[in-house]
Ligand binder design. Structure first.
Ligand SMILES: Cc1cc2nc3c(=O)[nH]c(=O)nc-3n(C[C@H](O)[C@H](O)[C@H](O)COP(=O)(O)OP(=O)(O)OC[C@H]3O[C@@H](n4cnc5c(N)ncnc54)[C@H](O)[C@@H]3O)c2cc1C
Length: 438
């Protein structure tokens, strides 16, 4: 007897697709991953603590445990005027073997009950068309096909490619260095096996053959005192994003397919894992007949906030480079800078403040489903929050109440939370533009 069509289809079996399918299967959905056979990228990637916390299901934790090959104990930065070394004593990122992580995530999703269809697929509106011509009409589609096809890019930020290399580096550190043609990231995994990539403008690499690309890599490594050689093929590495994360009512883009970060700002994997958790909650809400408007508002508002944050952090990372003033970097400095949110204000406790917008209703992720809920608006980051710190949006709005000097607002918050937490909440509200002077 033929198997019933899937309720949810996940396109793409990278970290975003597999982790979303795992979550859906654990929740009992009939989910199929469609992904072509492929050899995953064989490279080391760093996963910060924020990403480790997102591996909150036993299957994801096992995938992380089998693919984490080292913990970053020391970071060296050749970026500003003087070299900097940072001993990482807590909250250390993991170095993970991406090929192992991808395979383990996929295996865990299948173990949890997801089916795998080894095929390329395309979307035809709300339908999935497989290579053999079969068509499915699932309740929801999670599109996790990676960064190919993305176009939008912030003005002033370069189109980047990554040239992978292997190097000999017995120091055991993770390095980030500005070099004349761009920048490089290099990390020493087990047995002093260091791997990394040179990131440079796409135009700089266009038209170069493999030998010329290898020479570019060797030269960049030499400029920071490393010996190594190019390995593997170049890949796209700019900050790119989709204009919408929900191109159709039941189609949700996740991972790089929604927002591919420039690795200068790292956290591509964090975004893949987080958007997969959010996307799978959105798909389950649709599957259970939940509010489709709330799902759309949730997915799109998260997407807008993620794009804004990625633009700001990428721009700030490039702008903070002060070691090299020529080549790639003088071009970057000439580029018009996109506008960023206003810098954080200092806390002046005598000044009177009020909430910039009244308590409003927004879509939120609550207990694994998307629902309408009271939210606080953060105009600077396009964020809408059901909680700030431990305080619910309604409690916070009630406490802040009529405009008052910041000192008085802090005292009101301190009736509910310790003074340090109250200051952190006020800082967050100020930085996000949720509190404004009156
Ligand atoms: C050089 C480099 C270094 C990086 N370093 C880091 C780092 O150190 N830390 C970090 O956090 N991030 C890093 N990133 C970013 C990180 O790799 C990505 O954010 C991550 O791979 C995104 O996962 P994904 O599942 O969204 O996409 P992908 O990993 O690209 O997976 C997409 C999947 O879709 C499949 N697919 C494609 N087309 C189809 C189709 N038509 N039908 C079905 N399936 C399809 C592909 O085969 C693949 O399995 C780096 C990126 C680059 C390029």
């Amino acid at each position: 007897m033929p198997l019933p069509d899937p309720e949810i289809v996940v396109l793409g079996g990278g970290p975003a697709g597999s982790s979303a399918a795992l979550r859906l299967a654990v929740d009992g959905a009939r989910v199929t991953i469609v992904s072509p056979p492929r050899v995953p990228a064989t490279r080391l990637e760093s996963l910060p603590v924020g990403g480790q916390a997102l591996c909150d299901l036993p299957g994801l934790r096992r995938a992380l445990d089998t693919s984490a090959v080292a913990v970053v104990a020391r970071r060296e930065l050749l970026w500003r005027e003087r070299p900097e070394t940072l001993e990482v004593t807590r909250d250390a990122p993991f170095l993970i073997d991406r090929a192992r992580f991808d395979r383990a995530c996929l295996a865990e999703a299948i173990r949890a009950g997801a089916r795998l269809e080894t095929s390329r697929a395309r979307r035809d509106g709300p339908e999935i068309v497989l290579e053999d011509g079969r068509r499915w009409h699932p309740v929801a589609i999670l599109d996790a096909r990676g960064r190919r096809g993305l176009r939008a890019r912030a003005p002033g930020l370069p189109q980047m490619v990554a040239l992978p290399f292997r190097a000999s580096d017995p120091s055991g550190v993770m390095r980030i260095a500005a070099v004349p043609d761009g920048w490089l990231w290099c990390a020493a995994g087990p047995q002093d096996r260091a791997e990394g990539a040179l990131f440079c403008r796409a135009e700089r690499v266009a038209g170069l053959d493999a030998t010329e690309r290898a020479a570019l890599v060797t030269e960049a490594l030499r400029s920071v005192g490393l010996l190594g050689a190019a390995s593997g093929t170049p890949s796209a590495a700019s900050l790119d994003w989709a204009e919408t994360a929900m191109p159709e009512a039941r189609v949700i883009r996740i991972g790089d397919r929604a927002l591919a970060r420039d690795p200068i700002a790292a956290h591509g994997l964090v975004h893949a894992l987080r958007s997969a958790a959010q996307g799978s909650a959105a798909a389950l809400t649709l599957l259970e007949g939940g509010n489709a408007d709330a799902v759309r508002e949730f997915v799109e508002s998260r997407h807008r906030a993620d794009v804004l944050a990625a633009k700001a952090v990428t721009e700030a990372a490039y702008a903070s480079q002060a070691r090299i003033g020529t080549g790639f970097w003088s071009d970057i400095a000439r580029d018009p800078r996109p506008e960023t949110a206003s810098p954080p204000q200092d806390i002046d406790v005598t000044r009177r403040y009020a909430l910039a917008a009244p308590l409003s209703r927004g879509a939120a992720l609550i207990e694994g489903r998307i629902r309408w809920s009271p939210v606080i608006e953060f105009p600077a980051s396009a964020r809408r929050a059901t909680h700030v710190g431990a305080l619910r949006a309604e409690t916070l709005t009630r406490l802040i109440g009529p405009p008052a000097p910041l000192g008085a607002l802090l005292e009101r918050l301190e009736t509910q939370v310790p003074p340090t937490v109250a200051r952190t909440i006020v800082r967050e509200l100020l930085d996000g533009g949720a509190l404004s002077p009156v």
